[in-house]
Design a protein around this ligand. Structure first.
Ligand code: MRU
Length: 353
């Protein structure tokens, strides 16, 4: 499986997603600020992977703490959490992972643990978030395979694959699950301007797995659908509001509209850590705006004249009406989402002893 991110002794190692597919380079972070910079610069990206990186970064930072008393250690811990929370605003997995570490910390502090015990506890929690993400993606893949036709021609946008998670992927996890279930699957990958996650990362992953992949530029999806070459769309998500409105990579909304116009099912694959019941609808989801340079430059070359203004939102929101279903690690959720998403969490709470 692809090595997206791993803790190795006193470092967090991640594959540099800015360099793929040309070069397979690994970045070794030794401090929490280095991990935070890597998230911001998109060395690692994709909602679940961002959450895992933040958790590992915090645990790494606290492992390196020289504090001897729990009070000083706690102050450092909360400052490190703040640093991570300020990296990228849209993917709710980031805040979910930080909250998990805070809960683990509180449980340890309440039990009167020493600084060394708290460090171990944070390491264990970060590793658990990593491992649960891989298991969740595999479960999502198995559930999602049910909605994949036997002869599937799947369009996807951005990269919701092994690289965007701790491994296996969400949307691409469903592709992998369907292939493992014996279905014939071909994938169309939108190139996904401006960062080219589809062309560079999705295609790289799928080609490595021997899954037939065709890359198209973002403006080709309509023609492709019109010619009947797509029978399913699956994308990932950065944050799903309580009513099912879904923030994902910029361009997803246009793909969803095209899918509806061509009567093609449009599915979102995401773990429960991407579902934010505290945000009532898509209008309340914070949308990150990134540097103009991502748009004005391509491969280091300037392609936009100096003086032109640039708008570069990293995400858009697809209204829940356009979403056929949400594939989670607990099953496929259907409309009306306000009820079905709530039930998903109520069922999990009831199952927790
Ligand atoms: O800006 P990115 O590359 O972090 O955006 C990633 C996406 O939009 C993905 O589709 C989403 O995070 C789901 S990843 C399983």
């Amino acid at each position: 499986m692809l090595p997206t991110i791993a803790r190795q002794d006193d470092t967090v190692v991640m594959i540099d997603q800015r360099k793929l597919p040309a070069r397979e380079v690994y970045v070794r972070c030794r401090t929490a600020p280095q991990v935070a910079r890597a998230i911001r610069a998109m060395v690692i990206r994709g909602a679940p992977a961002i959450g895992v990186a933040a958790a590992m970064g915090i645990a790494l930072g606290m492992r390196g703490s020289r504090a001897t008393g729990t009070q000083k250690f706690a102050t450092e811990f909360f400052k490190t959490c703040e640093l991570m929370a300020a990296t990228r605003p849209t993917a709710v997995n980031l805040f979910w992972a930080i909250e998990r570490l805070k809960r683990a910390f509180a449980a340890g502090a309440e039990a009167g643990e020493s600084v060394d015990q708290l460090k171990d506890r944070l390491d264990a929690e970060a590793q658990a978030i990593h491992d649960e993400d891989v298991a969740g993606c595999r479960a999502m893949g198995a559930f999602g395979a049910e909605v994949v036709p036997a002869d599937a021609r799947i369009l996807t946008h951005c990269n919701a694959g092994a690289l965007a998670t701790a491994g296996y992927g969400t949307a691409l996890g469903v592709v992998r699950g369907a292939v493992e279930a014996g279905k014939r699957v071909v994938v169309f990958a939108d190139e996904t301007r401006p960062f080219l996650q589809g062309a560079r990362l999705t295609a790289w992953e799928l080609v490595r797995d021997g899954i037939e992949t065709t890359v198209i530029t973002d403006n080709m999806a309509g023609a492709l659908m019109h010619q009947g070459k797509v029978n399913l769309v699956i994308v990932g998500a950065d944050r799903i509001a309580a009513n099912g409105d879904t923030a994902n990579k910029i361009g997803t909304y246009a793909v969803a509209l095209l899918a509806r116009a061509h009567q093609i099912p449009f599915y979102v694959a995401a773990p429960r850590s991407t579902i934010d019941l505290g945000t009532p609808d898509g209008a309340r989801i914070p949308i990150e705006e990134r540097s103009a340079k991502e748009v004005t430059h391509l491969g280091g070359a300037q392609i936009v004249p100096v003086g032109a203004r640039v708008w570069n939102p990293a995400f858009d929101v697809t209204p829940h009406e356009l979403v056929s279903g949400i594939i989670t690690e607990c099953g496929v959720v259907r409309p009306p989402y306000a009820e079905s998403l709530r039930r998903l969490f109520d069922a999990a709470a009831a199952a927790t002893p």
